[in-house]
Write a protein that binds this ligand. Structure first.
Ligand SMILES: [Cu+2]
Length: 218
């Protein structure tokens, strides 16, 4: 919908969230221009001049106008709410079948990515782990934590999910761009929080299979 360089918007879910962001931005621009226009008009049209020396009465009531400026914002807010709820349902939806399923475990200070029926990638603060994902295939990411609350966050996917001890939070991720994306812990979890990074590398499905088999025999 929009040419974007930053963030990269690297998944179908991110594209849906970006669309919602643009809807809010456009709505805000329209409202701002309208309100600034009215302010400017009132300041010019009703300014005090030699011909018009008395200030305007501040007491005039205008019920139709007052109803209009109450109802119009209400309708805008309802429309934004309905659209957002719709998009969030889309983003939260999980497929029945997943080509890839990864159990993500956050711990002080790193991440472990355990592929179902595949390798387990364990990272540390010094050696951040890399999550490899096949392009265009639905990955199920199941986030949990071994100690305190962390947050699994890939800025370019416009999505963040808390890693809560004793609880698994699952979501789907369908990458739409090849490349390497930075991941971070998005919840302050202690001294080395800033070092809890990781990478997500999106590759062609064939390259993913090759990587998976290579990891398995290591
Ligand atoms: Cu953390």
């Amino acid at each position: 919908m929009h040419a974007q360089t930053w963030p990269a918007i690297g998944s179908t879910q991110a594209a849906a969230l970006a669309e919602d962001w643009w809807i809010f931005t456009y709505a805000a621009i329209v409202v701002a221009v309208f309100v600034w226009g009215l302010i400017l008009y009132a300041a010019v049209r009703f300014r005090r001049t030699a011909r018009n020396p008395e200030p305007r009465s501040q007491k005039d009531a205008n019920p139709p106008l007052e109803i209009a400026w109450t109802v119009a914002p209400l309708l805008i807010v309802i429309a934004l709410f309905v659209r957002t709820a719709h998009i969030e349902t889309e983003v939260e939806a999980q497929a029945k079948v997943h080509q890839v399923e990864i159990a993500v475990d956050g711990y002080r200070w790193g991440w472990t990515f355990a592929y179902r029926g595949g390798p387990t990638v364990r990272g540390t603060a010094e050696h951040p782990p890399e999550m490899v994902l096949p392009l265009g295939e639905v990955a199920s990411i199941r986030v949990s934590s071994s100690d305190v609350v962390h947050s699994f966050w890939i800025p370019d996917m416009l999505f963040k999910r808390d890693a809560i001890p004793g609880q698994v939070s699952a979501f789907d991720l369908t990458p739409t761009k090849e490349g390497t994306f930075l991941g971070r812990c998005g919840e302050f979890c202690g001294l080395d929080h800033a070092l809890m990074s990781f990478r997500v590398r999106v590759v062609a499905p064939v390259a993913y299979e090759r990587w998976r088999k290579g990891e398995a025999t290591r």
